[in-house]
Design a protein around this ligand. Structure first.
Ligand code: SF4
Length: 431
């Protein structure tokens, strides 16, 4: 039996695309994990449509597809094409779990929730010719003894961040716009530190990225993990919440263990906005001090900001830009608020009749798909372009990168890669 696992693509997105050298960013672990859960009598192939075109003539008994909301139009196109050729298709992931009925118009079967608990049943049923339309994971899987993703099935030269792994799943918080808690539940799960270290020891490079949503979500676990990483002398990064700045020992170990950078969701400088998105535990007035503490520990910050919240007016872009420059935030990611299915934001905007565009291909956080409250949709779109272009002007990049002699090369590399995204956007002025 031959199983083809496919990651779809979205060429409109500024994030997760393919560089000029033909490489995608970080290797996503979903399908390599599904491959690891597949019994040995299956021949498995993984295709990432971002880096390799899908060949519909290839022999396959079953196709599995998972993708982000913005990749769903391509995912459905791939599914439809295989089904036209008589090949059965199973889909899973966050979007499909939120909207299974929509996915079932394109797939023979959908997996709702984490695949770990139901994948083998789906494969058994398929072999018996009795594939069910829905497989629903009744609970969250235990992270102890988790399957190690089959990285050997993906070509490493196609990814700039090939070594990725997970130490935790979920997040102790539940921000309105985020799919993490909706999908992974509000239970923060951790893998035994020894399992994580064992997996890392199998890597053949000194660099990796934790795909965790919040590596600092449980400080005690994070400290234990970082301590165990120290002797390995590696370089790594992860997403983390700004709450980690409250724990000096955690910061010290983060840096000592090779944690060079952290993606941190600052999101908004308005406490009212943060409170309204259930992120009131982020203290806007404490940002400056928290950033200093993280920098002082030797950790670079890639700050993430979201625009279009109800309290955001046209001034938000200039104020945020000045904050980034004044605080020497090493690099920043910008996102337009996007109502992803399954989130509180989606339900709220849907109820208020403010979703104006349902083309999932535009749900990559770089296009406006809803009616903002305190500015027009065009002002929001232009403001997004303006802050992206301005943050990545060379003089602004240099000012932030030169904040300290340590780590300049790393900061320059990150900034220049984001500058490439910025240069794809139109040059606009703020009115
Ligand atoms: S802290 Fe981050 S991962 Fe956690 S719920 Fe909020 S946005 Fe999602």
């Amino acid at each position: 039996m031959r199983l083809l696992l496919i990651f779809p693509k979205n060429e409109r997105s500024y994030w997760g695309g393919v560089s000029r050298s033909g490489k995608a960013g970080f290797l996503r672990l979903g399908l390599p994990t599904v491959a690891a859960l597949t019994p040995g009598d299956w021949d498995v192939e993984i295709i990432d449509a971002r880096v390799r075109p899908v060949d519909y003539g290839v022999r396959a008994d079953l196709v599995g597809i998972t993708g982000l909301t913005a990749e769903m139009p391509n995912a459905y196109e791939i599914a439809d094409n295989f089904r036209k050729r008589g090949v059965k298709v199973v889909m899973g992931g966050v979007h499909v779990s939120a909207l299974p009925e929509e996915a079932l118009a394109h797939a023979d079967s959908v997996i709702i929730g984490e695949a770990e608990l139901v994948w083998s049943s789906a494969l058994d049923d398929f072999k018996k010719g009795a594939l069910k339309p829905i497989y629903r994971a009744a609970r969250l899987c235990d992270m102890k003894g988790m399957a190690i993703p089959r990285r050997d099935l993906v070509k490493r030269e196609m990814f700039s961040g090939y070594h990725t792994l997970q130490a935790t799943r979920g997040c102790p918080f539940n921000c309105d716009y985020c799919t993490v808690t909706a999908f992974f539940g509000n239970k923060f799960r951790t893998r035994p530190v020894a399992d994580v270290i064992e997996e890392i020891k199998g890597f053949d490079t000194k660099e990796f990225f934790f795909m965790d949503d919040n590596i600092a979500g449980r400080p005690g676990y994070a400290r234990e993990l970082f301590e165990a990483l120290v002797p390995l002398k590696l370089n790594w990064g992860s997403q983390a919440s700004i709450t980690m700045a409250k724990d000096p020992e955690l910061l010290r170990l983060y840096a000592k263990s090779g944690g060079k950078y952290a993606f941190i969701g600052l999101e908004s400088l308005s406490q009212e906005n943060l409170d309204n998105m259930s992120k009131g535990w982020n203290s806007a007035k404490g940002y400056g001090e928290a950033i200093r503490k993280i920098h002082d520990a030797g950790i670079n910050i890639i700050g993430s900001f979201v625009f279009g919240l109800d309290g955001d007016d046209r001034d938000v872009f200039r104020k945020t830009f000045e904050f980034i420059m004044d605080n020497d935030i090493d690099a920043a990611q910008f996102h337009i608020l996007t109502p992803l299915p399954g989130t509180v934001t989606y339900k709220t905007l849907e109820k208020e009749g403010r979703i104006i565009d349902r083309d999932w291909a535009k749900y990559h956080t770089g296009e406006v798909v809803f009616e903002p409250r305190s500015m027009t949709a065009q002002e929001l779109q232009n403001g997004y372009y303006w802050i992206f272009r301005n943050t990545y002007r060379m003089k602004n990049i240099l000012k932030r990168c030169l904040r300290s002699p340590k780590g300049v090369a790393y900061r320059m590399a990150v900034n220049l890669s984001y500058r490439k995204k910025a240069l794809k956007m139109p040059e606009v002025s703020l009115r």
